[in-house]
Ligand binder design. Sequence first.
Ligand code: 13P
Ligand code: SF4
Length: 321
Amino acid sequence: MQASLQSDANKGLVAEILRLKSERNAVILAHNYQVPEVQDIADLVGDSLGLSQAAARTPADVIVFCGVHFMAETASIISPQKTVLLPDLGAGCSLAATIDADKLRAWKKEHPKAVVVSYVNTTAEVKAESDYACTSGNAVKVVSSIPRDREILFLPDMFLGAYVMEKTGRKMEVWPGECHVHAGITPDVINRKLAENRDAEFLVHPECGCVTQFLYFSEKGDFDLPLTQVYSTEGMVRHARQSQADKFLVATETGILHRMRKENPGKTFLPVKEDAVCQYMKTITLEKVYRSLRDMVYEVRVPGPIADKARLSIERMLELA
Ligand code: 13P
Ligand code: SF4
């Protein structure tokens, strides 16, 4: 398949991965933040929502999930009959780690009638305690679908929560969690970059620490922002393809630039913050993908009763995708 895009040093490894992939009837799914060589070997590169949908419909027996642990769990919950492999069990998520099932149960006790909406960056146990899962791509739609008289607990990302409140005009109780990568993309950092690139379109992921402030400034119209678009990672890639602009400032993890540049060779993509790098996403390498397929490691499987409860919230998320 895409072996030709790989460096000479990687070609032997890529050939072995492709051979094992066909032998195992496997599919390789990669998140937009994966290292370039892993994106180039994948059958599909996408955001959390797109990869969950792909996991649900693939006829493959084995899914090699090049992303982080909660994403592999989600794939396994949706497709319990398939073997889901995560090439490195160290691929966690600082945002998912801000809440566990015990903390959520305690929060629910304080708000017994509330509907619980969990961003997909949560463990299976937390999803099992939730009514809805959502991704950055459909959080607004999920919250809008809940009757207006219902109280909502939204977790775990406070910036995404603030963004959803702004977009829907709904008040929610929001868990004070954040992702260390996105929270580091502050208004200061952005302002500096914007000043140097007034001619660029500005693409922002709603987990960025800056989002609500930028929405506020945009709304008031008293801040000289260039055209600003708030998107999930997949929305950013789609927008870059469709926009007439030829220069973009991108406020999210830098792994996404590889795909943007590859799909749009005539356009320029600049990171707002060069060191906005998720070390968890970067633990996955070509060598680990190879080992994963060779040794069938590391299988991620969610215990039946938890998977059954978590599946309901994920299915609601997929219905509203
Ligand atoms: P997306 O849902 O946009 O893919 O984002 C996932 C994520 O982990 C953001 O850091
Ligand atoms: Fe988690 Fe942040 Fe990494 Fe996304 S970028 S996987 S939210 S730690």
